[in-house]
Ligand binder design. Structure first.
Ligand SMILES: Cc1ncc(COP(=O)(O)O)c(C=O)c1O
Length: 364
């Protein structure tokens, strides 16, 4: 492939530092090995099959996806695909059933309605689909809030032809405080999870898989009693939220958006060509929408669609129009979702280009 020089790439452009990416993969792989955890990384973060393949080589047991399109794209490289999202609707079910037969598909759900639809689709297509019953662990988004409800759905799944009841899953998305302060919240997840596991075991429905995990809680996953699989997504790249929570150091953030300073006319700020359409407008308790990778004192204070306002009040640095900067966004997944491509870089050298194939909703 003929690769451009970094200077010639039009901004805004998403960059992935390949050396940091590799170290992040190895560190996550070592952690799950050391703690005997199954690792099924969520690929919605990068949406790139080649990166999923790298995660599988590094020791992942399979991949997690959020949409039928991601399932289709990742099926090219993975044999084990978990859709961590309730598959409701005929079109989505049809696309899932049309995945290559070599793919072991499993699905998370929290309703008898979704289960009935999946059972019918599995029966009609003649394939067996794994089922994980989704539990509510404090985020209050989806998942069954009571052990009785979980037992009833697990029983329904285990008695359904074409479905294979494999266990339970949850996402602890409410735990978004610094790593050091997570102890009580993790203990509460263990306590709560324990009540579900006891009830399921008593009903003869002991889950083989207990799938959880997130990037904020990644390095403390082993503290969740009973969990045997994790599905972190952000981990290979990290972002400003991960930095703020102490999940990674500045030298581990592999993703940034390359941007050009386009205006310094208004005092106290420099304006870059990466706005909400490149960085995404996700908030963090510390304020701002991103930070410069090599100047953490410079924050993206405000965003409009095509403009990012860099706050220069805590720096003596005065950029010129035309200067380029690398911005670490608050939340990497939503920034990646706005890109057509990711550029693999090593320092100033462009090493490759990945199309963000899992974006969008339509069939591949
Ligand atoms: C169901 C589910 N599993 C796993 C993940 C990945 O976790 P993280 O984004 O914290 O890396 C997410 C992220 O939103 C999720 O919704």
């Amino acid at each position: 492939m003929n690769l451009p020089s970094l200077d010639s790439i039009e901004t805004p452009a998403a960059l992935v530092d390949v050396d940091r990416l590799e170290l992040n993969l190895q560190k996550a792989a070592a952690y799950v090995r050391d703690h005997g955890l199954r690792w099924r990384p969520h690929t919605k973060t990068h949406k790139v099959p080649a990166l999923a393949a790298r995660q599988l080589e590094a020791g992942a047991a399979g991949v997690t996806v959020a949409t039928p399109r991601e399932a289709e794209v990742m099926s090219a490289v993975a044999e084990d695909v978990l859709l961590a999202y309730s598959p409701v609707g005929a079109s989505k079910l049809a696309r899932l059933m049309a995945l290559p037969r070599r793919v072991r598909l499993s699905v998370a759900l929290d309703s008898h309605e979704a289960l009935a639809g999946l059972r019918e689709a599995a029966r009609a297509s003649g394939r067996t689909v794994g089922v994980l019953v989704e539990l509510e662990m404090g985020m209050r988004r989806v998942g069954l809030p009571s052990p009785e409800g979980a037992v009833a759905l697990a029983r329904d799944a285990s008695e359904s032809e074409g479905l294979d009841y494999q266990g339970v899953m949850f996402y602890p998305g409410h735990i978004r405080m610094p790593l050091k302060e997570q102890g009580p919240a993790l203990a509460e997840v263990s306590r709560r999870l324990g009540t579900f596991l006891e009830a399921l075991e008593a009903a003869g429905l002991k889950p083989g898989l207990v799938s959880g995990g997130s990037t904020p809680t990644l390095w403390r996953s082993h503290e969740v009693v009973g969990m045997n699989e994790i599905r972190p997504g952000i981990t290979p790249f990290f972002d400003r939220a991960s930095l703020w929570m102490g999940v990674c150091g500045a030298e581990e953030v592999a993703y940034s958006v390359l941007a050009t300073v386009v205006s310094t006319a208004v005092s106290g700020q420099a304006v870059i060509d990466a706005g909400s359409k490149a960085l995404a407008k996700e908030e963090l308790p510390v304020g701002g929408y991103g930070v410069l990778g090599d100047r953490p004192e410079v924050e993206v204070r405000a965003l409009s669609e095509e403009h990012g306002m860099l706050d220069l009040s805590r720096t003596t640095w005065r950029p010129r129009v035309g200067e380029r900067v690398r911005v670490v966004p608050n939340h990497v997944c939503v920034s990646v979702n706005l890109q057509d491509e990711l550029w693999a870089v090593r320092g100033e050298q462009v090493m490759g280009r990945w199309e963000v194939m899992g974006r969008g909703r339509g069939p591949v």
